[in-house]
Design a protein around this ligand. Structure first.
Ligand SMILES: Nc1ncnc2c1ncn2[C@@H]1O[C@H](COP(=O)(O)OP(=O)(O)OP(=O)(O)O)[C@@H](O)[C@H]1O
Ligand SMILES: [Mg+2]
Length: 179
């Protein structure tokens, strides 16, 4: 079973491949509705309607190294195993919003996995792309916005070792309090 953090990584990789400069990731866990909703929204090139209908089936891909695309079909299958669904809102030139909904308590619901490492890898590996991460569990909320961090840092790079240690600590302590 693929962990949710790895599905998130797949979705963000799609956004980056679509030329996004800002990717917003939201994980919303709600015990009252028993839903866990992952939303990945980007300002990349988007898809036209006809193509967007097709990409939820395996085998549709714009990649050239192999002829099957698996990211979206795998996330979709994971949601459907858990009484949930995958929805896609997109338009050519307008960016894309992918929303994956799971029944939170479902026996097959994948664990969140290592969100901290996923975020760190993205932030450090692709410091040219801005990431907004919001994680909500009922009334608790954790937010990380690389645009704000970059503004605070001024000339110091996000990949500076001291910034990386700070990021690790922030993710370890503050995210742990929420999720
Ligand atoms: N956020 C997005 N913006 C624009 N196009 C997208 C986005 N996400 C997916 N697509 C399009 O849908 C296709 C299928 O995506 P999917 O993740 O299923 O497979 P892939 O990315 O091609 O391959 P894989 O994920 O297996 O490496 C992509 O090739 C791309 O053309
Ligand atoms: Mg993909």
């Amino acid at each position: 079973m693929r962990e949710i953090s790895l599905h998130i990584l797949d979705l963000v990789e799609n956004s980056i491949a679509a030329g996004a400069s800002l990717v917003s990731i939201e994980v919303d866990e709600n015990s009252a509705t028993d839903r866990l909703v992952v939303t990945v929204a980007d300002n990349g090139q988007g898809m036209d309607e006809e193509y967007a209908k097709k990409v939820l089936d395996p085998f549709v891909t714009s990649r050239t190294t192999r002829r099957v695309g698996l990211g979206l079909p795998l996330v979709r299958a994971a949601t459907e195993r858990c009484a949930g669904e995958l929805t896609l809102e997109t338009a050519r030139g307008q960016g894309t919003v992918v929303r994956a909904t799971f029944q939170r308590s479902h026996i097959d619901r994948p664990p969140l996995g290592d969100i901290r490492s996923t975020l760190l890898a993205l932030i450090i590996g692709r410091s040219d792309v801005d990431i907004l991460y919001v994680h909500r569990v009922d009334a608790r909320e954790f937010t990380l916005d690389t645009r704000e961090i970059k503004q605070t840092l001024g000339d110091v790079s996000l990949t500076d070792p001291s910034v990386i240690s700070w990021l690790k600590e922030y993710l370890d302590q503050d995210l742990k309090e929420v999720a």
